[in-house]
Ligand binder design. Sequence first.
Ligand code: KG4
Ligand code: ZN
Length: 337
Amino acid sequence: MILLGIETSCDDTATAVVRDGRDVLSNVATNQDAFHSKYGGIVPEIASRQHLALLSAAVEDALERAGVTLGELDGIAVTAGPGLVGSLTIGVASAKALAYASGVPLYAVNHLHGHIFAAFLETDALPAYPFLALLVSGGHSQLVRVASELDLTVLGKTRDDAAGEAFDKTARLLGLPFPGGPAIDALARDGDPKAFAFPRHTPDAGTLDMSFSGIKTNVRYFLDTEAGRRANRADVAASFQAAIVDVLIDRLDRAYTLDPTYESVVLAGGVAANSALQSAFRAWAARHRVTAHIPPNTYCTDNGAMIAAAGYRQRRALEADPRSLTANPNLPFSIAR
Ligand code: KG4
Ligand code: ZN
């Protein structure tokens, strides 16, 4: 089953053609960073205008590189939310027009589902339900119990900034470019993660919520002190990153302690590309003898392939679920694909 995935929820104009939710036949990512970086963050109006300018070519590119025509697709999967409304609207309107013009079915995909199912792209591994997903991006940070393709429950989430947002804001304090996550990750490689002990958010036992804005604020106050002004920036970056990773792994550990029946865990979202978080996540999984799934870095940050992957799983689940069956007075004679 070959699906076109379209993702425009934020500032990436991304398209991809994916076979069976796994094999990426093409992946086109048109990054808008150059348009937003001078503002130090994403400007929603600029993002939607850029999507409008870039999306048609990105769709054509994805089809051409995959060697398929629109009519040969088995479906189009598009991010329906959550995200910036103007940005989402461009993707949804375009996908509807393409589906209408070609007669190909359209699937509305939740952006967060997309991040989670990115972990099963380009691998023979299949999701084993239920699994636990640690989803960390620029807009979200949450622990999710994934009981099936369609049954996802948020167990805990950030009470303030998302982890990626904390990376971006702290990078700005350190004079690093936007997006800050990759910049901090790179700088931290030369730093000592134990140089400064920024306080970790530690709620009552059993609580799975998280908080990251305190860590960022602590870095800000520290940089204003005499010691902060003299501090090695790589040490500050590494210590900040270590604090974020500690909070995330602590909440993962708490979730697992509450229900130690999970046999696999997924790390997803843009921050899943972080090298320190990946190492800590793998080490945690090895200690608990659970399988760790982490998407390749290209599929951690927003992309079209993850939307096609989630669309595929959703479609398979709906086909298999008798509750999705509806009477169709115009049922075609041949419905086999
Ligand atoms: O998933 P994503 O592309 O967009 C959202 O859905 O939000 O995530 C973007 C976030 C940004 O905050 C970016 O700084 C962060 O992911 N990020 C990273 C790394 N690569 C991207 N954060 C830490 N380390 C990285 N290597
Ligand atoms: Zn995202």
